[in-house]
Each structure stands twice: as structure tokens, then as C-alpha cells.
Design a protein around this ligand. Sequence first.
Ligand code: DGL
Length: 270
Amino acid sequence: MRSAASAPIGVFDSGVGGLSVLREIRRTLPNETLYYVADSGHAPYGDKDTAYIEQRSRYIIKFLLAQGVKAVVVACNTVTGLVIQHLRTHFAQLPIVAIEPAVKPAALHTRSGVVGVLATRQTVASPGLARLVQQHGQGVRVLLQACPGWVECVERHELDSPATVALVQQFVQPLLAQNADTLVLGCTHYPFLAPVIAALAGPEMRIIDPAAAVARQLATRLQQQGLLHADSAGIAPMRFWSSGASAHAQRVISQLLAHPVAVEQLPTAG
Ligand code: DGL
């Protein structure tokens, strides 16, 4: 019989952005089997209301539980910012690790005293981010910048087209003009735009992606709960589901991970 520790880890996002977290988990925990759900058919979450985001998150976690996962990683800042407490209460027995914008390290790092947080509209307006800024942003100006349209660029795998560069510039420029020297990638899609952001912001800009910290946190949590899969016969498998059109999903996920993968259709609710 399969032990609890050898069960897979579920990772999900509104779409393909959470792959930026998945690849860090893969690096940190190569023995773990990973199941990834991209809810691309319902992205972006950043423009949806809280009830909708909670309902989609619950549906996906239930799906992952039905596949036998031992833990879930919420690889979506929007979900964390809006509904993480509900999810932790609803799935009280399940270890849940969730990403959130890296306000704390950014506030510690800044020299200019100005930090920019790039995120979706819903994350910018979320109680979770307000709490983080209150806790860690004392004595620092934290500029919250919503970036509508960026998620869609990544979902289309348009990472550096002229239209994407123009859209990135539109939201990065105001932060530069206000003397930000540190930018927080507050949405898991944005690391895929990091080369364009870095080119616009210049070499002095520190850009913070918390994905590696999430992977470390997951490792610690699994270890504490005796759920770490210590040994594996060869490379642990990964499985992918998407609620988006499967041929497109398969192409984009394979491109973002830089190797070909098979993507299954996420069953629809009911
Ligand atoms: N990757 C999600 C996040 O980290 C994007 C949410 C969306 O679809 O708007 O917030």
C-alpha cells in the first residue's frame, strides 16, 4: 500500500502562472510527485469577485483530494489574499501552503524607502495584502500597482511582444517615477515577464519572487508532519490538468516549463 508520504502534492493557480512556483518545488523537492491544476478556463481571477474565487478554489482542492494528494500549494496570490482563511477552515485536516507577496523582504531590502508591489486588481484590494503592508511596511512607502492584462499576456504565452512590453511599461513606469528600488512580483504569472520588467527597470532594481521561499516552506511543513517523500525510484512524475482548451494549454505549459508535457482536461463541476 502507498504510504501517506509517497502521495502527490497538489499545486494550483488560476492558470499557468503557478508553474513559476511548481518549478521551484521541483528543484527543492525532486522526489515528490506533483499534480498541477491550471484553471485557465476561468482566468484571470484578479477581475472576479471573492465568492467566485472561493468556489473555484474549493472545487480544485476537492478535485486534488480525490486524486489522493497529501498537501496543497496555493500558487495564486489572489486566492491567498482573498480566501485563504476560508480554505484553511474548510479543509482543516489538509496541509495548505500559500504564496503571498514578499512585502517583508522588500521592506528590509529597500534603500530608497520605496517598494512597488505588482499584483492583480483583486490582490491589490485584498485584506491579505493590507495586513502584510501593515505588519511589514512600517517606515517604508509601499506602492500597490494593479497590472490588468499581464496575466492574459502570460496565458497567451506572449512574453515579449511589443504589446506586452508596452503594457509592462505602463505599470512599471509610475513606480520608477516614484523612486522605487525594489519590486515585488505579487502574482505568480509575473516571473514569466521578469526579463521584460528587468530590462525596463534597469540593473539597479531588485525584483523579488517568493516562489523559492514557498518551496522551502513546503519542505519544512512536510518534514514537520512526517510527509516528506525521502526516497524515490528515479525522477518523480508530474501530472497536469487545465480547464482551458487542452491543445493550447499543453503548448503553453510545455513552453513555460521548457519541456514537453501532457495536459489533461479538468472535469467540469457537477
Ligand atoms: N497567478 C495569479 C496570482 O498569483 C493570477 C490571478 C489571476 O488570474 O488574476 O494572483
